[in-house]
Write a protein that binds this ligand. Structure first.
Ligand code: CDP
Length: 201
C-alpha cells in the first residue's frame, strides 16, 4: 500500500530529524529531497551547468560527504530557483512517494507541488534564531562553522530565496498541520509529529 507523509519547512527547522524518526516509527522509507538540490548545487561549484547536473543526477552523487557544508546549501538554494532543475527532479520524487510500504519525503514543496495528494502533511517551523543555533551547533561539531551570526545570515538568506522564488516557493500547503519546534526538545518535537500524523492515518 502506498502512503505518503510530506514534511516541509524552512532551513534547519528540524525536518531531517523528525522525518527520520517518523519513517522509523511507521516503518516507511525516507527521502531527504534537500539532498537532491544539494547534490546539484555541489556539481555547479565544480563547473557543471545546473540544468545538466540535475538531468544527469546519479544515486552515488547523493553520497558525497561535502553536501552538508554551508557553501553547498547556498548553491542548492540558487539552483532550486531554476524551473528546469526542479522539473528534472520531479519524477524521481513522485515515484519514491508512491512506493509500496509507505514513504516520508521532506523538503520545501512536497505537500504543495510534488505530492499534493499526500495522506499526511506537516509544516515544521521554528524562529530563525533557534534554527540558526541548531544549525550552528551541528556544523560546529563537524568543524564546519565558527560564527553563529554567519550561520544566521545564511539561514535568512536561504529562507528569503526559497520563499520568494516563482516556481514552487516554500509555503505551507493549505491542508498541512503546522508544528512550531522553537520551544520543543527533539524528543518532544518527534512525539508531537508522530501524534499529529497518527491522527490522519
Ligand atoms: O537542511 P536544510 O533545511 O538546511 O536544507 P535542505 O533541506 O538540505 O535544502 C537545501 C536547499 O535545497 C533549500 O534551501 C532549498 O532551496 C532547496 N530545496 C528545495 O527547493 N526543494 C526541496 N524539496 C528541498 C530543498
Amino acid at each position: 500500500m502506498a502512503f505518503t507523509i510530506a514534511i516541509d519547512g524552512p532551513a534547519a527547522a528540524g525536518k531531517g530529524t523528525i522525518s527520520k524518526a517518523v519513517a522509523a516509527h511507521f516503518g516507511f522509507a525516507h527521502l531527504d529531497t534537500g539532498l537532491l538540490y544539494r547534490a546539484v548545487g555541489a556539481k555547479t561549484l565544480t563547473g557543471t551547468p545546473a540544468i545538466a547536473a540535475a538531468q544527469g543526477l546519479q544515486p552515488e552523487d547523493l553520497e558525497n560527504d561535502s553536501l552538508r557544508t554551508p557553501e553547498v546549501a547556498q548553491a542548492a538554494s540558487k539552483v532550486a530557483a531554476i524551473p528546469e532543475v526542479r522539473a528534472a527532479l520531479v519524477d524521481f520524487q513522485r515515484a519514491f512517494a508512491r512506493r509500496a510500504g509507505g514513504a516520508v519525503l521532506d523538503g520545501r514543496d512536497i505537500g504543495t507541488v510534488i505530492c499534493p495528494q499526500a495522506e499526511a502533511k506537516l509544516f515544521v517551523t521554528a524562529s530563525a534564531e533557534v534554527r540558526a543555533k541548531r544549525r550552528f551547533d551541528e556544523l560546529a561539531a563537524k568543524g564546519l562553522a565558527d560564527d553563529y551570526e554567519a550561520v544566521l545570515r545564511d539561514v535568512r538568506e536561504r529562507d528569503d530565496r526559497d520563499m520568494n522564488r516563482s516556481d514552487a516557493p516554500l509555503k505551507p500547503a493549505a491542508d498541512a498541520v503546522l508544528l512550531d519546534t522553537s520551544d520543543l526538545s527533539i524528543d518532544e518535537a518527534v512525539r508531537q509529529a508522530i501524534s499529529l500524523i497518527s491522527e490522519r492515518t
